[in-house]
Design a protein around this ligand. Structure first.
Ligand code: BES
Ligand code: MN
Ligand code: ZN
Length: 497
């Protein structure tokens, strides 16, 4: 589906379906909705049902005009309180209401949705919401859902915004398509997207779409040379080689003030738990355990396409966590890249082992800031549900800027603390660290207390646990009902812009 923008009123007038926003602001006749188009409003008033339509958020009214075309009025609530997220959600609901219908042409009246009072932003948000909502992962289904219409027109009644809008539309398309790219990766089956294939796919996408980005891919021999034994210990039982994908983006203009940000992602293409095997029901869905890497890649992709001013290093640690006779046994002691020894008491706490070596490697690339993303702990779901992303780290200013970026993008993020008692829980009797805490609580924070040991050179570090938000649980109308949500890509891409 294409999303076109038109400044020509006749493109709106001739559309089979006109989508307009309606607000609860009362007007003179006591009718509890207001539309910006007087012509449509007049015809709407003549309808008997019109008196009953209170344009609260979440309501919709479909009716016909005398010229034979149709109108879908989308309830938005009070005009004064509408926010960006409300536009995203309303547009998503509008799209869902019409997607299976037979209209030849559909046009949205952007002025009517312009509750944030910035017509260019409203139009860009609409395009973003349409791309995010139209997403479908159906490549393995014989019968594919087809949209009846090929394009949607966004009618903008003010040519003054044309220049600023053009730039915003390109940026939002890069962003939304990158969110969908992340979803595609997360949704792929683990027998297809194993570590070797995953690395190839990223390399192919970089070569095709991200001009100027340097690619380095490391396999088992290179990881051995780098002493990344914690990472390798997770891969020990696997049929597929481990992959460390290292991408570097350098902006066109670099000065001594150019900040260097490294992002690190957990890329477990499947997590059986290893010898500490997960029960069947908990193992289901563990293809999404590469979601952290897919999320930071999506953000990197959008940032590069939108010419980020930062130098960005991306490190993706890819393997599955499988079991065979070579798999790592619980009680093993393994020395990581930074020389720290770890007693691996539970092979299901594998993500932190991969991240540990990747974080140490990332620090050596000389970044000012590091952010990692991982589907790291089930405890994160217990604490924050499937709606809120956890953030922890060693630098409050860095964490605050990430939280602000999440807020700007209407994505939920909440900070959890790392306290000395939890740091203490990660000390081992026979090695420097153990890979699980001594108590069953605070699992998200003890995991972060473990990771903290692999940050060096005073790099400012933040960790995102996306175990809850990565898999869509249908609380957002612009996310798929099931499967990869693509959440947090927007927060990170915004951070890098
Ligand atoms: N990938 C899982 C985390 C996870 C579990 C995400 C459930 C989403 C839903 C991770 O590798 C894991 O297994 N973590 C363990 C850690 C424990 C052994 C300390 C967990 O959360 O149970
Ligand atoms: Mn695990
Ligand atoms: Zn895992």
């Amino acid at each position: 589906m294409k999303v076109n923008v038109s400044f020509d009123q006749s493109d709106f007038n001739k559309a089979d379906l006109k989508v307009v926003a309606a607000y609860t602001n009362k007007n003179a006749d006591g009718i509890q909705h207001t539309l910006s188009s007087k012509e449509i409003m007049d015809e709407m008033k003549a309808l008997k049902i019109s008196k009953n339509f209170i344009a609260k958020e979440g309501t919709q009214l479909l009716f016909n005009l005398s010229d034979g075309s149709s109108v879908l009025a989308i309830g938005m609530g009070k005009k004064t309180t509408a926010k960006a997220e409300q536009i995203r959600r309303s547009i998503a609901n509008a799209y869902k209401a019409i997607k299976g219908e037979l209209y030849n042409s559909v046009a949205f009246d952007m002025a009517s949705f312009n509750a944030v009072n910035k017509l260019d932003i409203t139009t860009a948000l609409t395009k973003e919401a349409l791309i995010l909502t139209a997403y479908d992962f159906n490549k393995y289904q014989a019968k594919q859902n087809k949209n009846s219409f090929k394009a949607i027109t966004l009618f903008v009644n003010d040519k003054k915004v044309k220049r600023s809008l053009e730039k915003k539309l390109v940026e939002v398309q890069n962003l939304a398509e990158s969110v969908c790219y992340t979803r595609d990766l997360v949704n792929e089956a683990p027998n297809i997207l194993h570590s070797e294939e995953y690395a190839k796919r990223i390399e192919k996408d970089v070569k095709a779409n991200l001009k100027g980005v340097k690619v380095k891919i490391m396999g088992k021999p290179e990881l051995k040379k780098e002493n990344m034994n914690l990472f390798l210990s997770v891969n020990a039982g696997s049929n597929y080689g481990p992959r460390l994908v290292h991408l570097t983006y350098t902006p066109k203009k670099v000065t001594k003030n150019t900040k260097h940000i490294a992002m690190v992602g957990k890329g477990l293409t499947f997590d059986t738990g290893g010898y500490s095997l997960k029960p069947g029901a908990s193992m289901m869905g563990m293809k999404f355990d590469m979601g952290g890497s897919a999320t930071v890649y999506g953000a990197f992709r959008a940032a590069v396409l939108n010419n980020s001013p930062y130098k960005i290093t991306l490190i993706l640690g890819m393997t599955d966590n499988a079991v065979n006779e070579k798999a790592t046994m619980p009680d093993s002691v393994v020395k990581g890249r930074n020389g720290t020894t770890v007693e691996i008491l539970n092979t299901d706490a594998e993500g932190r082992l991969v991240l540990a070596d990747c974080l140490d490697y990332a620090c050596d690339q000389g970044p000012d800031y590091i952010i990692d993303a991982a589907t790291l702990t089930g405890a994160c779901l217990v604490a924050l549900g499937s709606e809120v992303c956890a953030v922890l780290g060693n630098d409050q200013k860095w964490i605050d800027s990430i939280k602000k970026s999440a807020k700007d993008q209407d994505e939920y993020m909440w900070q959890l603390p790392i306290i000395d008692e939890w740091r203490g829980q990660m000390k081992s009797h026979i090695a420097d660290l153990r890979n699980i805490g001594t108590k069953k609580f605070a699992g998200t924070a003890t995991a972060a207390a473990f990771l903290e040991n692999f940050i060096k050179n005073d790099v400012k570090w933040a960790h995102l646990d996306i175990a809850g938000v990565c898999d869509s649980q249908s609380h957002l109308p612009y996310c798929p009902e099931k499967g990869g949500s693509g959440l947090i890509v927007r927060t990170l891409a915004n951070l890098l812009s």
